[in-house]
Write a protein that binds this ligand. Structure first.
Ligand code: HEC
Ligand code: HEC
Ligand code: HEC
Ligand code: HEC
Ligand code: HEC
Length: 622
């Protein structure tokens, strides 16, 4: 993070006294995490989380009796994809790694190295399944010693899919399971991740924050070395985990049942060809709602203890209000300061005062249009004017007013979400998508007097357009695009968005391929795999995972690299492997490069160029 001495000096004298820091630091220790799962799961003693090792029996590789047509929802390679490709499997290990340890030490002194690995630090709420692990110990009456091994799962299968004790056995029988509605599965503990609102809430709880669930990256954590949390666009972040599932139009069973009303209902397959579009739009409104909720709940948590407020508020404020280069001319000065809705006058705040992180606002106009609720924007405009007023009272606003004004925006989002999440094919289709994308580009046309997107907003806009564009290209070929068509659409999309990729560093986790290579080698060594067939098996698996939509899982039958994972790769071995100094350094270098690339892109960002690029893109749509 580049640091501006002048900006820091003014802010420090007004907001960051030593006392303020000390109090906020205590506050972060006091914060008791609430619980992440609905009460019905809490209340039921037969429903509890299980470690990911419970899934290896089936989700490691397609077994000999695998038939694409009967076993067609899962690829059965989810576990190794998560373990070797997905950063969530490493989320615990980074706390024990150099950077995590240094963050702990900077905040808490010598004890900090331990604190990051205990509930006290709060890190485990996002980097592992702390709450869930404890619950498992209690409900399943397991020995306390298992807690540690479960934490090393990082963000585990159950962390996303829900507690599996009650559904683990029945869900593996397609004949009965497929007849169940998502709500029935949810009663048994399986989270409905095919619902865009529910998936959005889950991802955003850790990637933006959630006070109720004890998930907050404080400004002290950021300052101590935690990477800035970039805007999350649910569709592209899902893609780049990477996906361990296929988009529905590539799942054989869904293709076959594309006209079966009960299958469509049970798996939310309405508007099947535009699922990523729906996830992107709904996800962006969920992100707005959760950002406002974070501000609201932080404001409520400080009550009227004014001394604590500014530092706590910094964690949900626009980071780049304070952390940016001084420039002349400055696009910020030209743009003005405050909340902005595309195509409308900026809602002014006092220049120089940070506002709540505003990137999720960039797409609300677009989302409201899509939901056929364009008039709602006038109402939002009014609510944001109230929020701006509350902000102007004092820097970061008066906590009580901020809490009530953000709460109104939360309620506004709920209303829009209900309309936007309606999967009606009349809403989510090719013609409408193209027309709306054109309109969005027009909202940011260079000759318009309206406001100018900042870097984070621009990145969000381009990500959503990218997800939509690929689906628009695919839809040309009807309901079930061929593998060849899928490859072409992806290539064409990547080529078209290359210009945004370069200027906005669009792809989350873009050094994934390099990281995966390091981790796969580490896993190979831990499993002591030495046969001549191993390199070929590793290549096959990597090729499969790289573009999961078009790969045939059958090619993984008997895979010599995956087979040994059936008995699991113990979390202790995996974490120890990730702590090997050579591995640590290699991974850290990649993380540092990713962060540096992002910060450089932010520094070099030119909104006028972005608007031009949008126009070029709009021409392609015609
Ligand atoms: C005994 C084998 C077996 C085990 C163990 C198992 N699964 Fe599965 N799982 C399956 C089969 C088979 C399917 C495919 C069902 C179908 O095609 O309808 C499946 C499908 C799924 C699905 C999609 C289900 C849906 O309704 O959308 C999820 C999610 C899943 N498994 C997660 C897990 C997790 C997490 C674990 C570990 C806690 C696990 N599974 C353990 C066999 C298993
Ligand atoms: C609100 C949830 C949340 C909390 C609380 C949290 N983190 Fe994170 N952390 C994240 C997310 C999300 C990322 C990934 C950011 C990205 O997209 O690059 C991350 C990334 C990191 C990284 C970089 C990992 C890498 O691959 O380079 C480290 C190190 C880290 N966190 C340590 C900590 C420590 C130590 C704590 C506690 C003091 C903590 N985190 C608390 C969510 C959280
Ligand atoms: C970061 C969250 C996350 C984690 C961690 C995670 N999944 Fe998933 N998984 C998803 C999402 C999102 C989907 C797509 C929605 C769906 O199909 O239910 C999905 C889909 C699936 C499916 C269904 C495949 C299909 O085509 O619909 C299976 C099976 C599955 N996951 C198993 C696992 C297993 C096993 C693990 C652990 C090894 C795991 N997942 C870890 C988020 C996650
Ligand atoms: C329990 C908290 C949690 C949940 C839920 C969660 N994540 Fe994450 N996610 C993290 C943490 C922590 C990291 C960083 C791990 C690391 O770097 O070691 C991360 C990293 C990522 C990355 C890599 C980002 C980068 O630039 O390095 C992607 C992509 C991602 N998550 C997507 C998702 C999606 C999509 C969902 C929802 C389906 C989701 N996450 C749900 C905590 C979570
Ligand atoms: C009100 C202004 C303000 C806001 C908003 C703000 N910061 Fe800071 N930040 C500061 C000040 C002041 C320091 C202390 C600098 C020092 O001690 O040298 C700081 C320090 C930091 C540092 C350490 C930088 C270094 O290398 O010295 C990081 C990293 C950081 N902030 C990240 C963030 C992130 C991420 C956000 C958004 C979530 C954010 N900040 C929001 C003012 C702000």
């Amino acid at each position: 993070m580049r640091h501006q001495p002048i900006a820091a000096k003014t802010t420090r004298s007004s907001a960051l006294s030593i006392v303020g820091l000390a109090c906020a630091f205590l506050w972060s220790l006091d914060a008791q995490p609430a619980h992440a799962q609905p009460a019905k799961w809490k209340g039921d003693d037969t429903i509890f989380y299980q470690p990911s090792a419970e899934c290896t029996q089936c989700h490691v590789l397609p077994l000999a009796n695998y038939q694409p047509t009967t076993w067609a929802i899962s690829t059965f390679a989810e576990y190794p994809i998560w373990k070797t490709h997905d950063k969530h499997a490493q989320a615990y290990a980074v706390l024990e790694g150099d950077r995590g340890q240094k963050i702990g030490e900077s905040i808490w002194g010598a004890d900090g190295k331990e604190i990051v690995k205990t509930q006290k630090g709060g890190c485990l709420n996002c980097h592992a399944m702390f709450d869930h692990a404890q619950e498992m110990i209690e409900k399943a009456k397991k020995p306390k010693t298992e807690l540690d091994a479960f934490l090393k799962d990082g963000v585990s299968c159950g962390g996303c899919h829900g507690p599996s004790s009650k559904w683990k056995v029945p869900h593996s029988d397609p004949a009965t399971w497929r007849a169940k509605k998502a709500s029935e599965k949810e009663e048994m503990g399986m989270r409905d991740l095919r619902d865009p609102i529910k998936r959005g809430e889950l991802c955003v709880s850790c990637h933006v924050g959630n006070v109720e669930e004890g998930k907050v990256v404080t400004h002290a954590m950021f300052a101590a070395g935690h990477p800035p949390l970039p805007p999350i666009e649910v569709s592209s972040f899902s893609r780049n985990l990477p996906q361990h599932w296929r988009d529905p139009q590539f799942v054989p069973y869904f293709k076959e049942k594309a006209d079966d009303a009960s299958v469509i209902e049970n798996y939310h397959l309405q508007s099947m060809g535009f699922q990523r579009t729906r996830f992107a739009l709904v996800g962006s409104v969920v992100a707005l709602r959760e950002t406002m909720k974070l501000a609201r709940d932080q404001a409520r948590a400080v009550k009227d203890d004014a001394a604590r407020w500014p530092e706590i508020a910094m964690a949900h404020s626009d980071c780049y209000a304070c952390h940016h280069e001084l420039r002349a001319p400055s696009y910020r000065q030209a743009r003005g300061f405050g909340y902005q809705l595309a195509g409308r006058d900026i809602i002014r705040t006092i220049p120089g005062r940070p506002i709540i992180r505003a990137w999720p606002l960039g797409l609300v106009q677009f989302s409201a249009d899509f939901a056929e609720k364009p008039d709602q924007i006038g109402k939002l405009d009014g609510l944001l004017r109230g929020l701006a007023k509350a902000t102007n009272v004092r820097p970061f606003g008066n906590p009580a007013d901020i809490a009530s004004d953000t709460d109104k925006v939360v309620a506004w989002c709920d209303e829009l979400l209900a309309a936007l999440n309606d999967p009606d094919p009349k809403k989510y289709n090719r013609d409408l998508a193209v027309q709306q994308m054109q309109k969005l580009c027009d909202l940011y046309a260079p000759n318009k007097a309206g406001p100018t997107p900042d870097f984070e907003t621009a990145r969000q806009i381009a990500s959503v357009l990218k997800a939509m564009y690929e689906e628009v290209l695919l839809d040309k070929s009807g309901k079930s695009p061929t593998d060849e068509r899928a490859r072409q659409a992806m290539k064409e999309t990547n080529d078209t968005f290359d210009v945004f990729e370069k200027s906005l560093d669009l792809l989350p986790f873009k050094k994934r391929a390099e990281r995966t290579a390091i981790i796969m080698d580490m896993v190979r060594d831990k499993l002591m795999l030495k046969g001549e067939n191993i390199p070929d098996a590793m290549d096959k698996f990597r090729t499969f995972a790289k573009n999961i939509n078009v790969g045939d899982p059958a090619m993984l039958k008997g895979n010599a690299f995956l087979g040994p994972m059936l008995t699991g790769l113990s979390n202790d071995d995996f974490t120890a492997g990730l702590k090997d100094p050579k591995v640590v350094k290699a991974l850290q270098d990649l993380s540092d490069q990713e962060e540096q690339d992002l910060l450089n892109a932010i520094r070099d960002y030119d909104p006028a160029a972005f608007k031009q690029q949008l126009q070029q893109f709009a021409k392609k749509l015609r």
